[in-house]
Design a protein around this ligand. Structure first.
Ligand SMILES: C[S@@+](CC[C@H](N)C(=O)[O-])C[C@H]1O[C@@H](n2cnc3c(N)ncnc32)[C@H](O)[C@@H]1O
Length: 307
């Protein structure tokens, strides 16, 4: 039995996510593989895609949110020579990133308040799915007491965001922390773009998408003191609405598959690798195909502009 006094599900989610990311998360080694972990062509394709956008600024920078093992940053910096900032709150992962990127032009920040305003791109892969959410239904908010779920009057923060986003009475996983991340980014990104990649839905699914994963298996009861990866499916229509509230314009929202196959570097790499017949190329070809088939279907890419 997991015992605690009544708390917001939102606080429970944040605590679980923090516990997981601060204690040797198995990104790419058991709990889950992310796209950058699958193949270097992912990060490099993003770099080629961003090049045209970045070339429109005099002194652009890239800010990556939640860089995991640092692999996407490494691949991007092999293509682009650009100042790179990583926002990371896990001391464990910051160390992993520092050792991978020791020769690169990277600075780390653990708070978005520490960045001077800049022009360029804010980038993330599988970042927003780890941020605190508050499930709401009939404008009531989910609280928990030990393992019991209770619907209560919403916290004032939740209420404020329900009003701003004009949420109706259906079930939503209100992305409270995403809201505050956008608020901060709207202050530090003077002009530029935000490229957000994550699994999720184009429109609100209006159903429970919260899951716990451990060693690639679903955790049946998330209300335990075990450490596991807690996550939910990102509702991209919410991120679009939040972005608009903070002055961003939507450029596009498309499946990862469509995004990648429009990048000539990705298509060329796929063709070259998949025509080879050695064991390494065959395996690599299957990983590249995963980026456009399985992950290509369930992941979306959102580009927003801060004019
Ligand atoms: C699912 S991992 C994705 C890692 C990486 N982007 C990738 O695709 O491999 C989530 C990342 O976001 C970081 N993170 C989670 N919550 C965060 C928060 N509130 N603020 C900053 N970083 C956070 C984690 O430490 C981790 O680096």
């Amino acid at each position: 039995m997991y015992n605690f006094s009544m708390k917001r599900f939102y606080d429970f989610f944040i605590q679980k996510a923090q516990d997981y990311y601060s204690t040797n998360p198995k990104i790419g080694r058991g709990d889950f593989f992310t796209s950058p972990e699958l193949d270097e062509a992912f990060g490099k394709s993003i770099a080629y895609f961003l090049k045209d956008y970045l070339d429109t600024f005099d002194n652009p920078k890239i800010l990556e949110l939640g860089a995991g093992n640092g692999i996407m940053a490494k691949d991007i910096l092999e293509v682009l020579d650009i100042p790179y900032i990583i926002y990371e709150t896990s001391p464990y992962l910051t160390d992993v990133q520092r050792s991978l990127l020791k020769d690169k032009n990277v600075v780390w920040i653990s708070s978005l308040e520490l960045v001077d305003a800049f022009e360029g791109v804010v980038l993330s892969n599988e970042f927003f799915d780890a941020l605190g959410i508050a499930p709401v239904k009939d404008k009531m908010e989910l609280y928990i007491e030990s393992s019991k779920e209770l619907w209560q009057e919403p916290h004032e923060d939740t209420k404020k965001i329900i009003d701003i986003l004009q949420i109706d009475d259906a079930y939503y996983e209100l992305p409270i922390d995403s809201f505050y991340i956008y608020e901060k980014i709207s202050r530090i990104l003077r002009k530029g773009y935000m490229l957000t990649i994550d699994y999720g839905y184009k429109t609100s699914p209006r159903k429970n998408t919260i899951r716990g994963y451990k060693n690639s298996k679903i955790v049946q009861n998330i209300y335990t003191d075990e450490i596991f990866d807690i996550t939910y499916m990102v509702d991209f229509s919410m991120l679009q609405r939040i972005g608009e509230h903070f002055g961003f314009k939507n450029v596009f929202l498309k499946k990862q598959r469509d995004f990648l196959i429009e990048i000539p570097y990705f298509v060329k790499t796929l063709e070259e690798v998949c025509q080879e017949e050695d064991a390494y190329s065959i395996e690599r070809c299957s990983r590249l195909k995963n980026l456009i088939l399985s992950m290509g279907e369930s992941f979306y890419v959102l580009l927003q502009e801060k004019p």
